[in-house]
Design a protein around this ligand. Structure first.
Ligand code: NAP
Length: 184
């Protein structure tokens, strides 16, 4: 089965979400996220995004499905429906990856991005379904009710990406750094 990339932004207390939303508004960081998942080597293909059901519902209705991507929502609800172009519902992370690894989607999809939240991040890491992890580490604590899962540094090695700046970023007094890790 193919592997996926994780993309996540976390605060210094590992917080990633609060009340069904991001704990912060950082336009520059969000732009970095959107340009990462938009990148394509083969313009005839599309990238896929996998989202937990709550993350899917946290995307404003006007911005979902995420444009130009194959959107796969993971839910345990047998009767869950979501409409829109290129939208699929899967009932486990494995089902999502099987869908994206089999024809016809296997021929169309270039990169699979796991957009979270915490359940599907953890499952992908624990089951070693990850190729690269693109992590934004925000140098500030934020109130949060959802956290990035703990992972072992032994499972990853530092990687680089020419499109990921190495210098410290800043917006409205909040600083952060970008990290690219490759799963061993
Ligand atoms: N900072 C970031 O990078 C980032 C990224 C993503 C999300 N977030 C934030 O995180 C929060 C949402 O994340 P979350 O962790 O609470 O929820 P989530 O992972 O988006 O969604 C959880 C739901 O996904 C479904 N699900 C997850 N794993 C499943 C599995 N293996 N099999 C079947 N269904 C599964 C279940 O849906 P059902 O209940 O329907 O069965 C579960 O209740 C929001 O605040 C969002 O803004 C932040």
């Amino acid at each position: 089965m193919r592997k996926m990339n994780i993309v996540a932004a976390m605060a210094s207390n590992r917080g990633i979400g609060c009340n069904g939303d991001l704990p912060w508004r950082l336009k520059k960081e969000f732009k970095h996220f959107t340009s990462l998942i938009r990148r394509l080597d083969d313009p005839s293909k599309k990238n896929a995004v996998i989202l937990g059901r709550k993350t899917w519902e946290s995307v404003p209705a006007t911005s979902r499905p995420i444009k130009g991507k194959i959107n796969v929502i993971v839910t345990s609800q047998a009767d869950y429906t979501a409409s829109g172009e290129d939208v699929y519902v899967a009932h486990s992370l494995e089902e999502a990856m099987t869908l994206l690894s089999s024809p016809p989607l296997s021929d169309t999809v270039e990169t699979v991005w796991n957009l979270g939240g915490s359940y599907i991040y953890k499952e992908a890491i624990d089951k070693k379904l990850v190729d690269k992890m693109y992590l934004t580490r925000i140098r500030k604590e934020f109130d949060a009710d959802v956290f990035f899962p703990l992972y072992s540094d032994d499972d990853f090695e530092p990687a680089s990406d020419p499109d990921v700046p190495s210098e410290v970023q800043e917006e409205n007094g909040v600083e952060w750094t970008y990290h690219v890790l490759k799963m061993k």
